[in-house]
Write a protein that binds this ligand. Structure first.
Ligand code: NAG
Length: 121
C-alpha cells in the first residue's frame, strides 16, 4: 500500500513537472533585437518581458530587425520617444520585422495572444 502511494506520488510529480515547464515557456514573452536587418548581428534577447507594459529600448541597443516568441506579439514604436497608443510596427512569430534600419525604434509593448501560439492569428 505504501509502495503504491509512493509510486503514485512519483508518477504525479513526473506528470506535472513537464507541463509546468511548457506553461512557463509559453507565458514568458521574449523579444530578440538584432542590430542589423534580416536577423543578423549580435542579438539582444529580452526574456520575461512584462506584458502590457511599455519597455524602452536601451540607448546602446540598435534595432535593425526583431523577432518575438510564440504566443506573443509586440508593438514597436519609432515615431515617438516612448510607446505610442497603437505602435508603428506589429511583430508576431510569423511576422517578424526584417528591416527597421531606416528607423530608430525607441520602445516596445508586448502582449500575449492565444490565437498566435502556433504562429496563426
Ligand atoms: C534581407 O533579405 C531580403 C530577402 O532575402 C533581401 O531582399 C534584402 O535585401 C535583405 N536586406 C538586407 C538589408 O540585407
Amino acid at each position: 500500500m505504501q509502495f503504491t502511494a509512493t509510486t503514485l506520488l512519483a508518477l504525479l510529480g513526473a506528470a506535472s513537472a513537464a507541463p509546468a515547464r511548457n506553461i512557463q515557456a509559453r507565458d514568458g514573452i521574449s523579444i530578440t533585437l538584432y542590430p542589423e536587418a534580416n536577423y543578423t548581428g549580435e542579438p539582444t534577447v529580452v526574456s520575461d518581458v512584462v506584458r502590457n507594459k511599455c519597455q524602452q529600448v536601451p540607448e546602446d541597443v540598435t534595432v535593425g530587425s526583431v523577432k518575438v516568441s510564440s504566443g506573443a506579439f509586440c508593438r514597436l514604436t519609432y515615431s515617438e520617444p516612448t510607446c505610442s497608443l497603437h505602435g508603428d510596427v506589429f511583430v508576431f512569430l510569423d511576422t517578424p520585422a526584417e528591416d527597421l534600419t531606416g528607423e530608430t525604434v525607441t520602445s516596445f509593448l508586448c502582449q500575449t495572444c492565444t490565437e498566435c501560439l502556433s504562429g496563426k492569428r
